[in-house]
Design a protein around this ligand. Structure first.
Ligand code: PGA
Ligand code: ZN
Length: 414
């Protein structure tokens, strides 16, 4: 059924190399391009980089490409899997072919590209859209629901050059009655935010970060949220937009303390002080979701905060989309939602397994892009297929934004 598999090196939204896969069957050629993170969790599946400093500063992916061309492709072709019915078998095969715990031999970037392309081919051969194929793979039959897009409109942390320690401050148009209206609201607030930033800091302050959000010269989370309150009010959308925060705190966790001045003068806070800071943000602003407020190895703080956390508490670096850590978090009662990033685990079937496990605990699932993206719209279908209700999509900016391009072309039928 699979006639050929071809891989190539392409550039992502940061201008860094990434893997593209083209898989051909008798029904056509199915393409997938793989995302890449900057604030990666220590337990993520391994993204294979060449390490050859003479090309792309060591960040080339020719090794991963060759692994697809020379190892994965020929083995998969020989195995004669059916793309319409065998996604789980294909993903298991890819996992075993690699043979390591974290896909470090063949590279999770290469493996994921093949897994995604197989899913696209599988949908075409089943005669159904990708989101429906993914719902079927999840063993589910619920009605489709369009997700609320969470736009990351203010960038900090390792995604920008300002002094802001917190990586992401997002707007969620929960008051929209359709995805079209949600996108419009997101775009309008984004444009108003730009004006607010210019008024406050001058026109040189509207530079953007890795996820398309602005990166003005602020350093405190209160300043970020005040800017959003102003922009939402100027857009006439007060009450219709909620906020979400991803401090990506593993990035500034140093010897049991959180250095929220890590991009300037050191400003250490204990986990207890961080809890106080989060409580004040939750009381003062309409924040509905908090992601990675504590570091990936600071499990006790997660558990303590989760006891009385009134909002969605999402594990990103903590869980790395891996069923093993999802189970551990459940055992420790550390959070109430899982972030789903397909390249953290490396195959579509394992990502779906993680989501199903989270659902079995009555947790939320938050499908997410990475800070290094491309124009592939796979995760829009995944959010619809898994009925996650929300999707972390980047700012309404640039070709990588899930909503600036064609991301919802299939899902928007609903
Ligand atoms: P990353 O960040 O894609 O750079 O890892 C995104 C996040 O932390 O959610
Ligand atoms: Zn995160």
């Amino acid at each position: 059924m699979i006639r050929s598999i071809h891989a190539a090196q392409r550039l992502d939204s940061r201008g860094c190399p990434t893997v593209q896969v083209e898989l051909t069957t008798e029904k056509g050629t199915f393409r997938a391009i793989v995302p890449s993170g900057a604030s990666t969790g220590i337990n993520e599946a391994v993204e294979l980089r060449d390490g050859d400093e003479s090309a792309y500063g060591g960040r080339g992916v020719q090794g991963a490409v060759l692994n697809i061309q020379n190892v994965i492709g020929p083995s998969l072709l020989e195995s004669n899997f059916r793309v319409d019915t065998d996604q789980k078998k294909i993903d298991q095969f890819l996992k075993e072919l690699d043979g390591t715990k974290n896909k470090e031999r063949l590279g999770a970037n290469g493996i994921l590209g093949v897994s995604m392309a197989c899913a696209r081919a599988g949908a075409a051969h089943s005669g159904i859209p990708l989101y429906e194929f993914l719902r079927r793979e999840a063993g589910a039959n619920y009605p489709f629901v369009m997700p609320v897009p969470f736009f990351n409109v203010l960038n900090g942390g390792v995604h920008s050059g300002n002094k802001m320690a917190f990586q992401e401050t997002m707007i969620a148009p929960v008051g929209a009655s359709s995805i079209t209206e949600a996108v419009k609201m997101g775009s309008e607030v984004y444009q108003h935010l730009k004006k607010v930033i210019i008024e406050k800091f001058g026109s040189s302050a509207i530079g953007i970060g890795d996820e398309g959000g602005f990166a003005p010269p602020i350093s405190e989370p209160h300043e970020a949220l005040d800017l959003l309150v102003q922009a939402v009010s100027n857009a006439g959308l007060s009450g219709k937009i909620k906020f979400a925060i991803d401090p990506a705190s593993s990035e500034f966790f140093r010897e049991s303390k959180y250095d929220i001045g890590f991009k300037g003068a050191t400003k250490l806070k204990t986990a207890k002080e961080m809890m106080g800071l989060y409580q004040s943000l939750l009381e003062e602003y309409p924040v509905v979701l908090l992601e990675d407020p504590f570091a990936q190895n600071d499990w006790d703080s997660w558990t303590e905060f989760n006891k009385a956390c009134p909002v969605e508490l999402v594990g990103d670096d903590l869980l790395v989309t891996n069923p093993v850590y999802v189970q551990m978090a459940r055992y420790k009662d550390a959070c109430n939602a899982m972030l789903l990033k397909i390249n953290q685990i490396g195959t579509i079937s394992e990502a779906i397994e993680g989501a199903n496990l989270a659902y079995s605990y009555d947790w939320g699932v938050f499908v997410s892009h990475r800070s290094g993206e491309m124009t592939d719209d796979f995760i829009a279908d995944l959010a619809v297929g898994l009925r996650t209700g929300h999707l972390k999509s980047g700012a309404p900016y640039g070709g990588k934004c899930l909503f600036a391009g064609s991301q919802f072309k299939s899902a928007s039928k609903f």
